[in-house]
Design a binder for this molecule. Structure first.
Ligand code: S3P
Length: 430
């Protein structure tokens, strides 16, 4: 599959983006472990979330699709998962692959988890090692560094653990394992990663202590089914936010975007660069804040991204890099080595593809330096099988002279199947 995109004249109007991917995963996982029926609205029906859904169904959870975006989950309780009769396929979803071992290690079952070629390259030791400290029995390639992972459920005990790298997936895996463990589990991370699990667990009635970046949970707490309203995904909105900022004459409102502050690093970075971005109608539902994001074309100047903002912008760095190609001056991104182990090596894939379009980018071990503004030109580029690289290149194409062809664009369906349709509905082409 390939996407052909021409230079845009402007982008105007009102759109909504699909549900938040991280929250959709968590609503299904926590809902499955709860007692009673959980209703989810605003669910993201994209490949990654469907991977989680299929894994949970294979573990004996009944999930009714009331509509494309509405689910009814028949919770089985903390220890009610059943042994699956086959390997659990997590597809391209790192979140599913890393959180499921935490859920499965304390159940009375045997399960094998694996995913696509990208998943089988991604580091798993970060979750396998602390789970083993809790008593988990997990085997995997290279002693648990890589999937497939084989898990034999057992009795877990609470531990105190300092994460070497901030990670919401690892934090979540350990907290959910902690719910199934004896005693207390305390997890500390070096910087705050997204806190959707903490919010979701509290919504479902769990008692979770949070002090700075330390999270403590006691085992054996019963979760009570809830109604969960999932806000739109700021990581999907990000592509349209940047498009409206860099295409002259644009003004766009994106409704109902999740604006949890562990996710809004992109908005802060862009505002510091001179972006005209406003939040309207802020409200909180299901323990998650949301607002409309109004954004208008703005001349941008350089920024430096490093330190605590990195986990708050991590998934948006590819599209942020596109904005930086249009900003005046030298933008530096540092301390983001994690980008090298995402769906693709995002530092390498982004630098290579944006260079083909004429961008001035220097790769660093843990980030990149981007000199702007540059006049981009249409080119034949590749997604590297990475949904966020594909969509970032599509937005770059809107400001590039001529035509851009994005090869292997089917991966967009991992997080945003309706991306192209929405794009076409709001972009006026030249
Ligand atoms: C996610 C956490 C982040 C993020 C990923 C989704 C999650 O990774 O990059 O796309 O849903 O928990 P980390 O585990 O590295 O924080």
């Amino acid at each position: 599959m390939q996407l052909t995109i021409k230079k845009a004249h402007s982008i105007n109007g009102n759109i909504a983006v699909p549900g938040d991917k991280s929250i959709s995963h968590r609503a299904m996982m926590v809902g499955s472990l709860a007692e009673g029926e959980t209703y989810v609205a605003g669910f993201l029906p994209a490949a990654d979330c469907l991977s989680t859904m299929h894994c949970l169904e294979s573990l004996g959870v009944k999930i009714d699709r009331l509509s494309e975006t509405e689910l009814k989950i028949h919770g089985v309780g903390l220890r009610g998962l059943k042994e699956p009769s086959d390997v659990l396929d997590t597809g391209n979803s790192g979140t599913t692959t890393r959180i499921m071992p935490g859920i499965l290690s304390g159940q009375d079952l045997f399960a094998v988890i694996t995913g696509d070629e990208s998943i089988r390259r991604r580091p798993m030791a970060r979750v396998v090692e602390p789970l083993r400290l809790m008593g988990a029995k997990i085997l995997g390639r290279e002693n648990g560094k890589y999937a497939p992972l084989a898990i034999k459920g057992t009795r877990l005990k609470g531990i105190k653990y300092d994460l070497p790298v901030a990670s919401a997936q690892v934090k979540t895996s350990l907290l959910l394992a902690g719910l199934l463990a004896e005693g207390e589990t305390a997890v500390t991370e070096p910087a705050k990663s997204r806190d959707h699990t903490e919010r979701m667990l509290k919504l479902f009635g769990a008692n979770l202590e949070i002090a700075g970046t330390t999270y403590k949970i006691k085992g054996g707490q019963e979760l009570k089914a809830q109604e969960v309203d999932v806000p739109g995904d700021i990581s999907s909105a990000a592509f349209f936010i940047v498009a409206a900022l860099i295409i002259g004459g644009s003004s766009l409102t994106i409704e109902n975007v999740g604006v949890n502050e562990t996710r809004t690093g992109l908005l802060d970075a862009l505002k510091a660069m001179g972006a005209d971005v406003e939040l309207l109608g802020y409200e909180e539902k299901s323990n998650e804040p949301r607002a409309a994001v109004k954004v208008s074309y703005s001349p941008l100047k350089l920024a430096t991204i490093e330190g605590k903002i990195v986990p708050r912008i991590i998934d948006e760095i590819p599209i942020f890099a596109v904005a930086a190609t249009q900003a005046e001056g030298k933008t530096t991104i540092k301390g983001a080595r994690e980008l090298r182990v995402k769906e693709s090596d995002r530092i390498a894939s982004l630098s290579a593809e944006l260079k083909k379009m004429g961008a001035d980018i220097e790769e660093l071990g843990d980030g990149m330096i981007i000199n702007g503004p540059t006049r981009l030109k249409g080119a034949r580029v590749k997604s590297h099988g990475d949904h966020r690289i594909a969509m970032s290149l599509a937005i770059a194409a809107l400001v590039a002279d001529g035509e851009t062809i994005i090869e292997d664009s089917g991966c967009v369906a991992i997080s945003y199947p309706s991306f192209e349709k929405t794009l076409i509905s709001v972009v006026k082409f030249q």
